[in-house]
Design a protein around this ligand. Sequence first.
Ligand code: ZN
Length: 263
Amino acid sequence: MKNKIKNLLLLFGVTLLIACTSTAPITGRKQLKLIDDASLVQSSVASYNQLINQTKAQGMLANNTANGRRLASIGKRVATAVETYMVQNGMQDRIKYLNWEFNLINSKDINAFAMPGGKIAFYTGILPILKTDAAIAFVMGHEIGHVIGGHHAEGASNQQLAGLASGLTNIFVGGLTSSLVNDGLSLGLLKFNRTQEYEADKYGLIFMAMAGYNPEEGVKAEERMASVSGNNGSDFASTHPASQKRIQALKEFLPEAMKYYRK
Ligand SMILES: [Zn+2]
């Protein structure tokens, strides 16, 4: 009897996996989506708001500075260009649950991150390295790429798949979404895998190009980032593929990104 249930669950699981194959926009990469992007938004946004409110209470929010306004303006410009492209190419479903927000946090960390729902934050420590608006637009495009590419839901799905392989248990019994959604903050800080990071880099070049920034400046930005290695917890240093390989991949992708460049 136990085996019968196990087999049934396995069959159900396999069917679910087939049913949940998704495609990343523009790059066309096939992804596993046991959970959809929109269902992650609510809890993630709550976690993000909590983080931003705490930052504000500690006087660490730098939105009302020249750099804060500059960051928000670049963020809006890139996000608007991406949304326009998505709508024009019949992908409006992928952006309908997004409500972009761009915050600048006072911190020496060389970092930026994105959470589901279009919630982006930069640390001031990354700005002296990026220097130019175009370089900021590249990192912005990279972070927006994690959102548009549905990387959070994909990461959560892969975690579930790992659970499925080892236990085949609470995924169905406990409810697939509840356990994941309750854990919004850890999802937001979920480490992306190499495939996702390389894809986010491609998005970075494409999205900055769509917004009118020369993608060649994105490669230069990455070269500057590579020169300050050894940072902890950075979405752009320690969690990323080896810098030289990344720069090489960006250079190889540059001709494709140039096709999207609106001067
Ligand atoms: Zn990243």
